[in-house]
Design a protein around this ligand. Structure first.
Ligand SMILES: [Zn+2]
Length: 434
């Protein structure tokens, strides 16, 4: 037996994670010389008690974002920001967090999906003043069966997010199967379009030509579909907040909490004395293909799956690559909920663990601002049933209790392959200017 010699190691990087309901973040601080000093300062900042006599610092992982804490954090930021500019992100993070919001403070630890699920539950029971044990039991009822049947992977701004082969020379593109050398991997491929505010979730093994093709193709249909929301909520893409201009309207969000909507009345509306309830129909100049929205959603999900499972989705990838369209797609469930507001797009993928099963092999959830899309990833070779069939779809939906226990879902057919002018209906309420 070989014994491992214990050697003193020099810590050169420090990974600090903050996990809260409203947002989570990771900070990797690197320093050749002063990492121990920085680490000490961090411990003192977040310490609950310092016992100088016994040289013990006690730090609680669960903390609150108080004004006092923010002041202490600011002093660390001021101290190190010139040598480690990344530390500035701390002030941004804690200023964005709600006052007194609870968060977890983790050092050099990577948490599994299961753990982050528990932390999330814990924080939400705290926020709602619930009993954690009781809430856990309810959670088990909602998720127990699901977790027995499915592996669940979640991606958001706080998870570790470089998916696929890190070594460029070994990469094979997951969407065209071409190797490094045949294709290039120079550009950063965002797993979810950057235009939707995704800065963090990156797919290593998507080649430049697929990246270009999706970016100028199917992804635009979803982006256009979500443009209004992007604009109103000021979600910044590569070129800032998009200006929206259509046939009969203009929307301008300066990013300074002022949104200007210009609506140009047509002749009929001008002559209509009852036209003051502001039900308007915005007509864009661009065409949109609804089936491409579904393709894009499925593409996002396949971008984050471990590439060893992609062999089960060959036909799905052909569909995404426009080798065929389909009139038999399962419906896509969409929920508008202001309680589920998210700053950064999020993606959850469920992959079935058991083989002998009538449930769909892969299901995904995409969240953007206050919209949640839940969809089956179609055409998997492992699926036995057609989920465009109403009964099969209902069986699936009944099984996903945490979704079907929420009211308000709309089930949309996304089969249409004809380019159509996209219109949005807006209802304004007239309010007194007081
Ligand atoms: Zn490719």
């Amino acid at each position: 037996m070989r014994l491992l010699k214990k050697q003193p190691t020099m810590i050169k990087s420090l990974r600090i994670s903050f996990f809260a309901l409203s947002r989570s973040t990771d900070l990797e601080i690197k320093s050749e010389t002063s990492i121990n000093k920085i680490m000490n300062d961090f411990f003192f900042t977040f310490a609950k008690e310092i016992d100088y006599e016994n040289k013990k610092i006690s730090i609680e992982q669960l903390q609150k974002n108080t004004e006092d804490l923010r002041n202490r954090i600011d002093s660390i930021v001021q101290k190190y920001k010139s040598s480690n500019p990344i530390i500035n992100q701390l002030n941004t993070y804690f200023n964005d967090l709600k006052n007194n919001e609870s968060f977890f403070f983790l050092v050099n630890s990577s948490i599994t999906n299961e753990q982050s699920f528990q932390l999330y539950n814990y924080l939400s029971t705290l926020e709602n003043n619930e009993d954690f044990k009781k809430a856990s039991k309810e959670m088990d009822e909602l998720f127990g069966d699901l977790r027995n049947n499915y592996d669940i992977i979640a991606f958001n701004e706080g998870t570790r997010n470089k998916i696929g082969e890190p070594d460029k020379s070994k990469r094979v593109c997951r969407f065209c199967n071409r190797k490094y050398g045949e294709v290039t991997f120079r550009k950063v491929a965002h797993s979810i379009s950057e235009a939707l505010g995704n800065k963090k979730i990156i797919t290593n093994d998507e080649c430049d030509s697929c990246n270009e093709k999706f970016g100028t193709g199917i992804e635009n249909d979803l982006i256009l579909y979500l443009n209004l929301y992007r604009n109103v909520f000021g979600i910044k893409g590569k070129n800032g907040i998009p200006k929206l201009k259509g046939k009969n309207f203009e929307i301008l969000n300066s990013g300074k909490s002022k949104i200007e909507i210009k609506y140009f009345l047509n002749e009929e509306e001008k002559n209509d004395p009852s036209f003051n309830d502001f039900k308007v129909r915005l007509e864009t100049n661009q065409n949109i293909v609804i089936q491409n929205i579904y393709k894009t959603l499925a593409k996002y999900a396949l971008s984050v799956l471990d590439n060893k499972y992609l062999c089960d989705f060959e036909k799905t990838i052909q569909w995404i690559n426009h080798e065929f369209d389909s009139e038999n797609l399962p419906k896509v469930a969409i929920l508008t909920s202001y309680e589920l507001f998210t700053h950064h797009p999020q993606l959850v993928v469920y992959r079935r663990k058991k083989t002998d099963n009538n449930l769909p092999y892969a299901v995904a959830e995409f969240r953007f601002i206050f919209l949640t899309f839940v969809f089956i990833i179609p055409f998997s070779s492992v699926d036995k049933l057609e989920y465009s069939n109403e009964d099969n779809f209902n069986e699936f939906w009944t099984f996903f209790k945490h979704y079907n226990s929420v009211e308000g879902w709309k089930f949309n057919k996304m089969n249409d392959t004809k380019p159509r002018k996209f219109t949005m209906n807006l209802n304004f309420e007239l309010r007194n200017k007081e």
